[in-house]
Design a protein around this ligand. Structure first.
Ligand code: GLC
Length: 433
């Protein structure tokens, strides 16, 4: 009886905790701070979809039969996978964290889950728990690890179907059961947050699958978020729902656009006060796509990272590993070059906040303490006007410390940079009071 009362009390307190007035714990606030200081992470989309080399939506886009698609698992043998090498290449980019797809919309789990046979250990000849190997390598090389986890599922019978995955065939409609699916997810999340060491964030995706339902779909997020926080109090909850953050979330995500921009139609939501992150592809796809060799240049990627920092946001830059387990050579090269740039200029990006001057045609600004960094990408004229409320006491080229002339004018300063020497990002450091 005593035990029962205690269980009931616990359950009630979880429900009331999850219900309203979410206050991030001290552990969450610590992770939020670390996360925001990192500014740069690498996203990894990897699963059996990489075998088809058509991106991670292939199952749905091609309208395949789920059992035929699942046969790819039996041939998935990424013999060149080496977690230590991956982490080393990622660290060389200057990124401070990795977010990897633990289970994407196709339902395939990249770890040895007890909740399904459709996973990398039970369903492939490879039989290695790649998340475990990656978690160990991350710990060894001291880089934070985040898990992407899909809410939407295109293969399971019990998942209540939404507006995507519609063309996938072979599922049994009779077996749809939200309760079964929800419990399955929570048990998987429990595994991920119990057996893989410290996980700094869970990155949910797929809420949008039910955003056009005639009646609001209840994902029971409150309880799920409370579960995450109860398993690892410092684990950040993120959800790529393309909405203004919901109660219980600890960071805000933007997809393919910087906060406040919306060129892809996924980022119209308002900007919250939570730490921000924009995820972006290095080429055009998240999962490996053989035809897509259209990689952004290092200059474009560096500018994107700096522009994110100029908006007070992190960049989560994606790499889609090959079916053989290697990171594409072009991606490795881009990461190396970004790392070289960051080794020289990282001070103007890591642990900064959005600068006083909002992003402009010519570039953007970041701030750290009394230093304001002016990042100039393209300059048509010889001088730029910076509207500033603070007083500028010194202006110099970042790196060389060569003085840069400036004039005090009404409402700010005129920075006379003349010919801008660096074509990626010419940085002027201002000391302000
Ligand atoms: C979208 C896509 C998904 C991808 C994600 C990354 O939600 O559905 O394939 O993983 O964006 O941001």
């Amino acid at each position: 009886m005593k035990k029962l009362t205690l269980t009931l009390l616990c359950a009630l307190s979880i429900i009331s905790l999850s219900a309203q007035g979410y206050q991030p714990s001290e552990e969450v606030r610590k992770s939020q701070k670390e996360f925001a200081e990192d500014r740069f992470g690498i996203f990894i989309h990897w699963g059996i979809y990489s075998m088809f080399a058509q991106g991670e939506w292939y199952l749905q886009n091609a309208g395949l039969n789920r059992d035929e698609y699942a046969k790819a698992a039996d041939a998935f043998y990424p013999h060149r996978f080496n977690a230590q090498e991956w982490v080393a290449a990622i660290k060389a980019s200057g990124a401070k964290y990795i977010c990897i797809t633990s289970r994407h919309h196709d339902s395939f789990s990249m770890w040895d889950t007890a909740e399904s046979e459709f996973d990398i250990v039970d369903a492939t000849p490879f039989k290695r728990d790649v998340l475990k190997e990656l978690a160990d390598a991350c710990e060894k090389q001291d880089i934070a690890l985040h898990f992407y986890y899909s809410h939407a599922d295109w293969s399971r019978d019990d998942y209540p179907r939404g507006r995507t995955g519609y063309w996938v065939t072979g599922r049994d409609k009779e077996k749809i059961s939200w309760e079964s699916y929800y419990n399955f997810m929570n048990r998987q999340i429990t595994e991920l947050l119990t057996n893989y060491g410290k996980i700094r964030a869970i990155w949910f995706d797929g809420w949008w699958d039910h955003d056009e339902d005639p009646a609001p779909f209840d994902w029971q997020l409150d309880e799920q978020y409370a579960l995450v926080h109860s398993l690892q109090p410092g684990c950040l909850v993120a959800n790529n729902h393309h909405q203004t953050p919901f109660e219980g979330e600890d960071i805000q995500i933007f997809e393919r656009d910087l906060p406040g921009e919306n060129s892809h139609g996924l980022s119209g939501q308002s900007i919250s006060r939570l730490p921000l992150e924009t995820c972006q592809t290095m080429n055009g796809m998240w999962g490996y796509k053989v035809a897509d060799q259209d990689y952004k240049s290092t200059r474009t990627l560096v500018r994107y990272l700096v522009s994110a920092a100029g908006k007070g946001a992190n960049l989560l830059l994606n790499v889609g590993p090959q079916p053989n387990g290697e990171l594409p050579a072009t991606a490795v090269e881009r990461m190396k070059e970004m790392g070289e740039w960051l080794a020289a200029n990282g001070q103007t990006v890591y642990a900064t906040e959005a600068g006083d001057v909002k992003p402009q045609e010519w570039g953007c600004t970041t701030r750290k303490g009394d230093r304001l960094f002016v990042h100039i990408f393209e300059l048509e004229q010889d001088a730029i006007y910076l509207p500033l409320e603070c007083k500028v006491v010194e202006a110099k080229e970042f790196g060389t410390n060569k003085p840069v002339k400036f004039q005090k004018v009404s409402g700010g300063i005129l920075l006379e940079c003349g010919q801008v020497s660096d074509s990626t990002d010419y940085i002027v450091e201002l000391r302000t009071k």
